[in-house]
Ligand binder design. Structure first.
Ligand code: ANZ
Length: 941
């Protein structure tokens, strides 16, 4: 029979499903291998050809590893909470669960068609209560934990309470809020339960904090930064305000250092590691306190309830420049600005603050040229030099970084230099090697300090530790490490997410009882905030905690469910645990993770954080969750265009000119649906039928054809360049699609989709099928011994594919398969022993056709998934003949083809009977014949 891909593919997909062929064993003697794909958000649009790229690669690897004797876990699921389903619900009233269910069904159908070897018995959906029960459970563990700096790990909150009982805050070293109290054990004993809870909340790994959010009153919701453009909502264009709200936060900063260190132990793409390093942003420097001079405001408390400040603390990475400080700057939002402004300067400062409110933080960071600021009227004292310097505010200082205050060193920093020059502030030269003011000086290359009091004559390396010690001794500062990373906000005022398992009583948060989990997302009538601006969950009726009070109304953010899902796959059905101890011990971590790079500082950072946390509490084993990561490139769209001719007035006509002739006309390029174009040739009838406006279109053709223009763009509906895998599978089959997607180029590279070459891959598979069939398409293989040439072809491809897959170079194997099949076709090879091994080698790429041939070869029991990958034998690649250069008295005379197995006496015998050689000898007898096997024959006469 000819290659009937449709029947074959359906048959094997059914076989795999019926027999649960890819179900990973929970207990196995085999070594484990865990291959994970980033699970998809099931959107309404379904899959396009770009989506499966990574899945195909991971599937090839999984199938290969099974053949190599591993117990492979290769699961799939859905990240099914999220905004699109909720937006759709708002517009249509359709419950997001229903939309989600329908979308998942489409995804599943599409995934099944591609023939993935997923273990569907372990499927997870983050929006299912049986799953989010454990997301909520992890939240509870976080709430019940604190970070102990001494042990450098998260611990149960009870160990903190024990410390409070035993010695108060004296030996507590924690990552916690800044406003924690200092107290003695006797104080703690007198705290009311409420006071204790307030204090403990400042230490918990998840805690409530007032944070600024983008609030859009018209939409009644909080928006993410990327949903806001220039102060307006991206959707609808409504004004967005900054609003302070109490929000749940995750103390990810406790792990900043471990998140950095871990990067050195994992095999991830360097750019992703670098993005995480920058995001965490570790800076080694010092904090220094500048005393406020002329303190007019004694014995007063600020509106915020804090006592009047008597110093400003700055964070600097260049404490060595402290003698060059000529002013201090606060961020305009700094909490003490109003208090520290003198009456004379009040107007200036207020005007300036009003002006900066218009700029976003990003704009402020990006702008390195504009100089602006205002003087508070107040002065501070440099603790090291004793100099009195003015205190300014300026928007180049960000409130959220360091201490929100900097010391201005015009001779050390470009920005400070601009600022000082603009406002006529002194510039103090501090290094002897500076001929003029050298901005952004590299301290390690610079000379010795001058005008710098007691560090005069020291170098940078000497000055920094010296100053740090000095500051600490005098209690005016100390060495400090600062991180750019902030704690992560953990909550949004939306419906379609995990309810946070917390209720409030008397204004304080309490966890629900563990037995109450999952705390089910309640039904509501409308998916919008209430009229008073409360989140949608406020609409839920009869949703009241057993203890009274009210439940938390925000839900978890999109990243909650995906921050631990790889553990659930290890033991997806467990009702008593997020995964059993045994399962976690066996599967440990993900060996290979494939997914997009857009998750660099989101999912991939949060997952590492939760992983470390779960390990600290002893629930899991590994410090890092994903040993190796590969980012697959984006598949871009390949758009096609038609060229509509415009008349002399620029008005559109109804005539379309082929791309090669368009220069002669005035035209407009219009996107045309790539599905009615083949090899860049437009199907004219389909075009006319495509849209009403083209029904009467006329064409100017070249060579009888209409050739379309081409451009590479993002794959998107609006560009009519979306290629759907379903159509290609219908036409060529999944095996062709799988191989073709790999053939497009290196996995990590972004590349345009181009269907033009798919035919070639299809032909290859048909040619492969042909090897097993005679002219009449009857299955015929021979049991004869393979020839040397056949064995050589086979072993070449065994080695190549093995090496390629181990290097994750999937594209290069495809062309090697083609070469091998061509060679075997030329050799007219239909030997069972060769073809059977070929079937196994090709099966990770094109599993359906290979399964079918495997059975036809007589392996009646079915699937080849667990057979062994053929062993490479280098002997078959060894060349058995060699063209020996023959030289006489050191001069090369001729070549002689000889078997490499021949020993010297035989070589000599053959040589002496060779006519050509006899001619060169010219009657002389050789005195000596030097023979080096596989290299040379040297004759001395
Ligand atoms: C004095 C100085 C002299 C500085 C010098 C630099 C060079 P990174 O590496 O990013 O941590 N800074 C501190 N807090 C700031 C804030 N909230 N907004 C804007 N700038 C801030 O850089 C830390 C340096 O950035 C600090 O060291 C401080 O300027 C500034 F020759 O202090 B430096």
């Amino acid at each position: 029979m000819d290659y009937q891909f449709k029947e074959i593919e359906q048959k094997w997909q059914k076989f795999w499903a019926d027999n649960q062929t890819f179900k990973a064993e929970s207990n196995s003697e085999k070594p484990k291998y865990y291959v994970l794909d980033m699970f998809p958000y099931p959107s309404g649009a379904g899959l396009h050809v770009g989506h499966p790229l990574g899945y195909i690669a991971s599937d090839i690897f999984s199938r290969y590893k099974r053949l190599k004797g591993f117990n492979v876990l290769h699961p799939m699921g859905y990240d099914s909470f999220g905004l699109p389903a909720e937006q759709y619900a708002i517009q249509t009233g359709q419950h997001p669960a229903i939309t989600t269910e329908a979308n998942i069904a489409t995804y599943r159908r599409q995934l099944d068609q591609i023939g993935f070897s997923f273990d569907w018995s372990r499927e997870v959906r983050t929006s299912e209560p049986s799953y989010y029960k454990w997301t909520q459970w992890i939240f509870m563990q976080l709430f019940n934990s604190w970070y102990n700096i001494e042990t450098d790990r998260a611990e149960d909150i009870t160990t903190l309470i024990e410390k409070f009982n035993a010695s108060g805050t004296a030996d507590v070293k924690a990552v916690c809020d800044e406003d924690v109290k200092s107290f003695l054990p006797s104080d703690w004993a007198t705290f009311t339960e409420e006071e204790k809870q307030i204090e403990l909340l400042k230490y918990r790994m998840t805690y409530l904090r007032e944070s600024t959010v983008n609030w859009c009153p018209a939409l009644g919701t909080v928006l993410a930064n990327d949903e806001v453009k220039d102060g307006f909502s991206e959707r609808g264009g409504f004004p967005v305000e900054q609003k302070k709200m109490m929000q749940w936060s995750m103390r990810i900063t406790a792990y900043s250092d471990r998140l950095l260190q871990g990067l050195d132990t994992i095999d991830w793409p360097e750019p992703i590691k670098e993005m995480q390093r920058n995001w965490i942003g570790k800076s080694v420097g010092a904090s220094v306190r500048f005393k406020i001079d002329d303190l007019r405001l004694t014995n007063k408390t600020l509106d915020s309830g804090l006592p009047t400040p008597d110093y400003i603390e700055v964070f600097t990475t260049r404490v060595d420049t402290i003698f060059g400080v000529s002013y201090l700057v606060l961020a305009p939002e700094h909490e003490w600005v109003a208090e520290l402004t003198t009456p004379e300067q009040k107007q200036d400062i207020e005007n300036y603050i009003a002006q900066t409110k218009k700029k976003s933080e990003l704009d402020r960071m990006a702008d390195t040229k504009t100089v602006s600021g205002a003087f508070t009227g107040t002065y501070v004292i440099n603790p090291v030099s004793g100099e009195r310097v003015p205190l300014w505010i300026a928007d180049y200082v960000l409130a959220g970084y360091g201490t929100g205050a900097v010391m201005g060193v015009p001779s050390g920093d470009q920005r400070d230099w601009l600022f000082a020059t603009h406002f006529n502030l002194p510039i103090i030269q501090i290094l002897d090697s500076q001929k003029e003011i050298e901005v952004q000086a590299d301290p390690t290359k610079e000379g010795k300090y001058i005008n710098s009091g007691f560090i005069n004559g020291l170098t940078y390396k000497e000055a920094v530790p010296f100053l740090n010690n000095w500051l600490e001794e005098k209690n005016v500062g100390k060495a400090k490490v600062n991180f750019r990373q902030r704690d992560a906000i953990f909550g949004r005022q939306r419906y379609w997410g995990e309810p946070i398992p917390v209720y409030f009583k008397d204004g304080l948060p309490y966890l629900v009882q563990e037995e109450e989990l999952p705390l089910i997302l309640p039904e509501i009538d409308k998916y919008l905030p209430t009229e008073t601006g409360e989140p949608p969950l406020a609409r839920a009726e009869n949703w009241v905690p057993t203890d009274g009070g009210h439940y938390e109304l925000s839900t978890m953010p999109g990243w909650a469910g995906s921050s631990w899902y790889w553990y659930r796959y290890m033991d997806a059905e467990n009702n008593a645990d997020f995964a059993s101890k045994e399962a976690v011990e066996y599967w440990k971590d993900v060996d290979l993770y494939i997914g997009g790079s857009e998750h660099a500082t989101g999912h991939l950072l949060y997952s590492r954080f939760w992983n470390k946390f779960l390990k600290d509490l002893g629930y899991t084993k590994e410090e890092e969750p994903f040993k190796k990561l590969i980012n697959q490139g984006m598949i871009q769209g390949r758009s096609n265009f038609v060229y509509r001719i415009n008349d002399a007035d620029g008005k559109p006509t109804n005539t379309y000119v082929s791309a090669g002739l368009k220069k002669e006309y005035k035209t407009s390029a219009l996107h045309v649906d790539v599905n009615i174009v083949e090899n860049d040739t437009l199907d004219l009838n389909k075009f006319k039928a495509w849209r009403e406006e083209y029904a009467n279109a006329e064409f100017i053709l070249e060579g009888g054809k209409y050739i379309c223009g081409v451009e590479v763009e993002k794959m998107s509906k609006s560009k009519f360049n979306v290629v759907n895998p379903d159509d290609l599978i219908e036409r060529y089959g999944a095996d062709t699609l799988r191989m073709y997607e790999m053939f497009l180029g290196p996995l990590e590279q972004s590349k345009p989709w181009n269907t033009n070459g798919i035919e070639g891959v299809f032909k290859f598979l048909r040619k492969f099928w042909r090897l097993f069939h005679n002219e009449a398409w009857e299955f015929t293989v021979s049991d004869a011994e393979p020839t040397k040439a056949e064995l050589k072809s086979l072993h070449k491809i065994i080695k190549k594919v093995q090496d390629d897959i181990e290097r994750f170079s999937f594209n290069t194997s495809v062309s090697s398969f083609m070469i091998a099949v061509n060679e075997l076709t030329d050799l007219k090879c239909n030997k069972r022993s060769i073809l059977q091994d070929m079937v196994v080698i090709l099966s990770p790429y094109a599993p359906h056709i290979c399964e079918e041939l495997w059975v036809q070869l007589g392996n009646d029991a079915g699937t080849l998934s667990y057979t062994a990958f053929p062993t490479f034998n280098p002997e078959h690649l060894v060349e058995d003949e060699f063209a020996y250069p023959v030289s006489i008295n050191g001069k090369m005379k001729m070549n002689l083809n000889l078997s490499l197995t021949l020993p010297q006496p035989e070589v000599e015998a053959i040589l002496m009977t060779n006519e050509q050689f006899q001619k060169f000898l010219d009657g002389k007898a050789p005195k000596k014949i030097i023979f080096v096997k596989g290299k040379i024959i040297n004759v001395v006469v």
